[in-house]
Design a binder for this molecule. Structure first.
Ligand code: HEC
Length: 152
């Protein structure tokens, strides 16, 4: 009788642990599975060597935006203009990189983005804060739009 009692306790405790573990595991599995199912963005199927380069390029884009905002806040429009053109504008290497992507929609969005940065560079030369922020917002719209549409 006593043995039966011990076995019952063991079953209840282990069962509880398994159940809790399962819940946690399920919870996590469910979450990541759901995230990949819910990710409706178009995959670009970048080859591995291109992945790192593209991400590094992206981080430098973000840094450029930060620098531009910093310069605008200090009234250093010429410096901001230079960064917009040099780091985000349609330079030959940027054009080449966007052109390497097979997806036409991505490539054309990339080109529009770089062109908008050159426009931003020109607007910054007017030293008009409001117009500059509007142009920067325009450029940032391309960042947002592309990220919402595509993934690596
Ligand atoms: C034409 C498309 C496109 C444009 C425009 C674009 N990006 Fe991206 N960006 C991507 C893709 C694709 C990824 C990879 C996302 C993924 O696979 O989930 C990415 C990733 C990133 C990352 C993550 C980097 C990392 O190390 O993980 C940052 C930061 C980023 N972009 C910043 C920006 C900023 C800032 C801008 C605008 C100034 C911008 N991007 C414009 C396509 C774009």
């Amino acid at each position: 009788m006593r043995n039966v009692f011990v076995v019952a306790i063991v079953i209840v405790v282990f069962g509880g642990l398994l159940y809790a573990g399962d819940m946690m595991g399920m919870g996590m599995m469910h979450h990541s599975k759901k995230a990949s199912i819910d990710d409706k963005r178009i995959s670009l199927n970048f080859p591995p060597p291109m992945k790192q380069e593209q991400l590094a390029n992206m981080r430098s884009h973000l840094e450029a935006v930060k620098t531009i905002v910093d310069f605008i806040s200090k009234g250093k429009f010429d410096e901001a203009s230079k960064v917009a053109h040099q780091k985000l504008g349609l330079a030959p290497d940027m054009q080449k990189m966007c052109g390497m992507v097979k997806n036409k929609g991505f490539a054309s969005m990339g080109l529009s983005f770089h062109k908008s940065a050159d426009k931003l560079s020109n607007v910054l030369k007017t030293k008009d804060t409001k117009k500059s922020l509007q142009a920067l917002n325009q450029t940032l719209s391309f960042c947002v739009q592309c990220h919402a549409t595509y993934r690596q």
